[in-house]
Design a protein around this ligand. Sequence first.
Ligand code: SF4
Length: 375
Amino acid sequence: MSVQQILDRFHTVASNPAKQKDAYLAAGKKVVLVAPIYTPEEIIHSMGLIPMGAWGGDIQIQKSKEYFPAFICSIIQSILEMGMRGTYKGASALVVPSLCDSLKCLGQNWKYAVTSIPFIPMTYPQNRRCGSAHDFIKAGYNRVISDLETAAGVRFDESALKQSNAVYNEHNAVMRRLDSELAGHPEVTAASRSDIFKSAWFMEKGEHTALVQELLQALENGKTGKPDNIPVMTTGILCDNPSLLSIFDKLKFHIVADDIAAESRQYRTDINMEGAPLDELADKFARMDNCSVLYDPDKKRAGLITSTARSRDAKGVVVVLTKFCDPEEFDYVIIKKACEAEGLPVLLIEVDRQMVDYAQAKTALETFKEVLTAR
Ligand code: SF4
């Protein structure tokens, strides 16, 4: 396939996850929904189930208002809204990690609002590196396993987990390679870049790895370079709204790196393959870092953003802040100060899953473009 044909395939999956879910169900597979931000997908995969991202959607919230106050992030609100509307019909369970206060509320409300799809909690320790954290994480995984066995009627086998851990490591590696490769391909638009990352949530990881490898091969033979594009780095939880991405593309911003939770943050840490697979999976979570929902008193994430932006020659950093996301709001000040200390211009754009008018973001990005081109 050509580069464009492969990008079209990613777009088809990313823009219609419900169709993808129904195709898996029609093929006799069982689908398990995985909520943000870090769910042990490897366990779900090893049990022969298809983990499918549930990060909500760009919709108007109505039904879930009965359960949530207005000042909670729209990702959470829209996940519940879609559950109540039947968008996730056919899924065997929803696994929700406890990594922020909003996520904790989601599971509790889901139990009452969407009774047809069982809620499975994944409780992580805040301090993931202290002496007892490993046992705590592993106990959480064992709870997920036991609940999945009940909900989906499947059995857990640790040797299958070892294979799934390898599948996920391979996917991590290919996504890191892709991220690096796309920094040299401004002809791949921000919208297409988002499609590639977003589709990973809705495809079996082995299938996604194969398609990304095909794209990398095609890109190696493809054209590069559009000198008038402006290299920038993005950071935040989510940056997948088509209207927002079309502004990036119209203004010729080239995303050369990201620190987006739904994108590159997922692929930074691999699982060691030497020890017992479930222990190594718990160890992976303990080693993860540089994320607003992972406790870090030193806030090393800000340094990672500036060093990544510098290494990719980004001219500026765009913070895509999900409205009412406390963990990201706390980090913003630290990120801004770190970027300013490095002489990197920063732009903050506030986004919401219910937003339809991006005029304010467009004006801000136009001004940011002027600032960057004048330097
Ligand atoms: S966007 Fe922020 S508040 Fe919402 S689920 Fe993610 S981390 Fe939690």
